[in-house]
Design a protein around this ligand. Sequence first.
Ligand SMILES: Nc1ncnc2c1ncn2[C@@H]1O[C@H](COP(=O)(O)OP(=O)(O)OP(=O)(O)O)[C@@H](O)[C@H]1O
Length: 261
Amino acid sequence: MKLEDEKGFDITIIGGHDKDGNPEDLNLTIYSGEVVSIVGPTGSGKSQLLGDIEWMAQKDTPTGRKILINGQVPDVEKRFDIDSKLVAQLSQNMNFVMDVTVKEFVEIHASSRKIEDSEEVIEAIITQANQLAGEEFLEDTPITSLSGGQSRALMIADTAYLSKSPIVLIDEIENAGIDRKSALDLLVKREKIILMATHDPILALMGDKRLVIKNGGINKIIESTAAERKNLVLLEKLDKKLLMMRNKLRNGEIIDCIGWE
Ligand SMILES: Nc1ncnc2c1ncn2[C@@H]1O[C@H](COP(=O)(O)OP(=O)(O)OP(=O)(O)O)[C@@H](O)[C@H]1O
């Protein structure tokens, strides 16, 4: 079964309970192409929610939640089979241990995915990753010498182009030092369901929906409004300005004029 060709792929989260055992009144379905952000204080249970989805929880995790795929309990094979993995995960902690170049790494992945015209795809992945990272690396750079930001940029571009998984879970990529908006746009273009836990206002507001986690339970579901989207544009302008200043500082320049006009 080719999951990426399926139309109308969806996942449903059926509520369990919060940390005190209070029931979580929830039956939420998320569809292909939707971006859902997950917000809440430290330790509230954002990563646990991503974990429940990764493991396709069936009331067998600390939250008692149940996850359905296309309205049904996923079969056991799908839950644990690496080849038909429904979920791809991007997190802050990514390290390469293989002794290969960037191009060889992507080639190995593309060939394991039996991708046709792989030269074109490989080139696109490396170009996109460079745009996300902002600091150039070459196709013959050894992957072990990539910086943290470059590694994550490569994994995001690789996931967008090569991963068959229809669900992408993102755990706090805000500190990755990459262009987070373009990273998200790239993944959204590939018609995946994206769930991301974040403390970053820009990423949080980019979701079509926002799940607010409190004491281990989903406390609120907020649909993004027109006013919020307007504020997002403003925040993005501020963010660009900050990025520009960060680059100036990195290059040893003096910040003598902020120039908001
Ligand atoms: N409903 C629940 N019932 C019991 N334990 C829970 C529940 N939800 C979360 N937990 C537990 O609470 C702890 C903190 O949760 P988690 O790591 O998901 O928080 P977080 O919001 O991702 O925090 P941070 O922002 O610091 O990354 C974990 O051990 C998790 O298993």
